[in-house]
Design a binder for this molecule. Structure first.
Ligand code: FRU
Length: 293
C-alpha cells in the first residue's frame, strides 16, 4: 500500500447549480444544490482513494471537533485517513460555489482557521512516521512560512524515499516563490502562470525552472487546452479532449491525483501527463469525484 500524505486546507463545499451566474442584488433560485467535502487536498485525496494500493491521508486545521464531525465522516467514508487533522475554535472553513450551466464555477470561500505551524506539524507527524512509510507528501502552497519549515524538517528525517510535491495555485500569496526550490514536483495553475504575464505554459515553466531544484518536475495545467510538464529542460504536452463541462470544481485537484497515481505506477512522464489530463476530463463531465478509478 502506498501511503500519501496531503497537508492543506479542507473545506465544506456548498454547490449551487444555476442556469447562469446571477446578477448582483437579484433574487434567484438554483436548479440544484449539493453539500460535499472540499478543499484541494480533499478533492485530490478522494480521487486517489479510489485507486488500487493507495492510502491517502489528509492533514488540515478544521473547526471544532463537534462541528467537523460530518466533514470527517465524509472523508472516512471516502477512504481517507483523518487522524492528523487539528481542531480549532474558529468556524469550519466553508466555500459557496456557483456552478453555472455555461461551465463557469465561482468559488467564495471563508476560512478563519489558524494555519498549522511547524511545532504542531512535528507533534502530529513525528509519531506517525515511526509506524508508516509515506511514499509521497503533498503540500498546498499556502501558509508559506509554515510549509517552508515543515519541508525543512521532513528533509532532515531519516526516511528520505518520499517525494515532496507542492501546489502553487493562487498567485496572490506573498512570498510563495520561497517554496519553489523546496519540491521534487511542483504543480502550477493557469491562473498562477497568467498572473506572471504568461499566455502559454511552456514559457512560464521555462521561466520557473531556474528557481526550482534542478531535478524538480514541473507541471502546469491549462484548462481545456490540457497540461504541460517540464523536466530537466525537456517539455511534455498533453491535450485535453473537448467536452461539455458540468462540474469543473476540482479539475486541477484531480489532475494532481492523476500525476501522483502515474508516478506510483512508474509510468513515463508523457504517459503520466496524458493520463492525468484524461482523468481531469472525466471529472469535469460528471458531478463530484466518485467513479474515477
Ligand atoms: C476546488 C476547491 C473547493 C474548495 C475551494 C477552496 O479546487 O478546493 O473544493 O472549496 O477550492 O479554495
Amino acid at each position: 500500500m502506498h501511503q500519501v500524505l496531503f497537508i492543506g486546507q479542507l473545506y465544506q463545499d456548498t454547490i449551487l447549480y444555476m442556469d447562469a451566474y446571477p446578477n448582483e442584488d437579484s433574487k434567484v433560485r438554483a436548479r440544484d444544490m449539493e453539500q460535499r467535502r472540499g478543499g484541494n487536498i480533499g478533492n485530490t485525496a478522494e480521487v486517489l482513494a479510489q485507486m488500487r494500493q493507495i492510502q491517502p491521508w489528509c492533514m488540515s486545521a478544521l473547526g471544532s471537533q463537534q462541528e467537523s464531525i460530518p466533514l470527517l465522516a465524509l472523508l472516512t467514508e471516502a477512504g481517507i485517513e483523518t487522524k492528523l487533522c487539528l481542531y480549532r475554535t474558529t468556524p469550519l472553513p466553508s466555500s459557496f460555489i456557483i456552478q453555472s450551466a455555461q461551465g463557469t464555477r465561482t468559488i467564495i470561500s471563508c476560512n478563519k482557521t489558524k494555519e498549522i505551524d511547524v511545532n504542531e506539524f512535528i507533534a502530529q507527524v513525528e509519531p506517525v512516521l515511526q509506524a508508516e512509510r509515506f511514499a509521497w507528501i503533498h503540500f498546498e502552497g499556502r501558509n508559506i512560512d509554515g510549509v517552508f519549515k515543515q519541508i525543512d524538517w521532513l528533509r532532515q528525517q531519516q526516511q528520505q524515499d518520499w517525494k515532496i510535491s507542492i501546489e502553487l495555485e493562487k498567485p496572490d500569496r506573498p512570498d510563495i516563490d520561497q517554496l519553489l526550490p523546496k519540491g521534487d514536483v511542483l504543480f502550477f495553475s493557469r491562473l498562477f502562470a497568467e498572473a506572471r504575464g504568461y499566455s502559454q505554459p511552456e514559457g512560464f515553466l521555462r521561466a520557473m525552472a531556474p528557481k526550482c531544484s534542478p531535478k524538480a518536475v514541473l507541471y502546469c495545467t491549462w484548462g481545456e487546452q490540457g497540461a504541460s510538464c517540464l523536466s530537466q529542460h525537456q517539455l511534455f504536452q498533453a491535450p485535453a479532449p473537448k467536452v461539455q463541462a458540468v462540474d469543473s470544481v476540482g479539475a486541477g485537484d484531480t489532475f494532481i491525483a492523476g500525476v501522483i497515481y502515474g508516478w506510483q505506477q512508474q509510468w513515463s512522464l508523457q504517459k503520466i501527463l496524458e493520463n492525468a489530463c484524461l482523468l481531469a476530463t472525466h471529472k469535469v463531465v460528471q458531478v463530484g469525484f466518485s467513479g474515477l478509478s
